[in-house]
Design a protein around this ligand. Sequence first.
Ligand code: F3S
Length: 283
Amino acid sequence: RPRIVVASEAGACYGVERALELVREAARGSEGPLYTLGPLIHNPQVVASLEEDGVGVVEDPGQAAGATLVLRTHGVTPATERAAREAGAAVIDATCPYVKKAHLAAERLSEEGYQVVIVGEKGHPEVEGTLGHAPGALVVADAAELDGARVGRRVGVVVQTTQTRACLRAVVDRLLDLAEEVRVVNTICDATTERQRAAAKLALEADVVIVIGGRISANTTHLAEICSERCPATHHIETPEELEAGWFEGASLVGVTAGASTPHEQIEAVASAIARLCDGVGE
Ligand code: F3S
């Protein structure tokens, strides 16, 4: 049977594992209703299993009156957190510490009189949270968006955790032409790039690659693209049931990787399912 190798960096990152742990712990100990504000992660299987443990999802803090409300890894604006507390909810803050660092950096820069520039995707919950900590900040996705923009003399830059260094460099380079002082707090988290690098390396060697993760998860879809460019026999799946024995015929190395919202036990379940299929068990 082929060798099955899981990429050296794959699956749930530190922030997601931590958030899952916090929610599971709360579910074990909680008396009253327990909700997450929005789905905890982009992973339908995990959200469904949390639901079985009694963890519901609300979209508005007002719906969690008298309950325990978990804030997701993306973080929220101070106004949302306030609304949750005012509604009488007990708040569990599962904001990833790296996201928190970006939020606090934006707040500090703004207090110190810098015009804050956030490098990131407008409308993304994490960026909205950062914006809430530095009202009036400018959000730019790339350097081109600064064309024609008027910025202050002193500019403070923070970055959405999933952005690339190349993008940050290009924005900072452009800002150097526009402002007198540019202060940069690098709030990029390397988890995403590390997963992409490990997946690319594995896909070059593998005959077949299995990418696990939600179809609606942007980072998983991107991982699948990176892999299929290097290994055409790449398959993006959400659950082990989607695996087909035919995919592995004649393969000597099967690579497995997963997006940041895939917990490690799901990766192990898929790796064992591949092994069983290749051994002809259950056919
Ligand atoms: Fe946190 Fe980085 Fe994950 S910011 S949630 S550890 S991708």
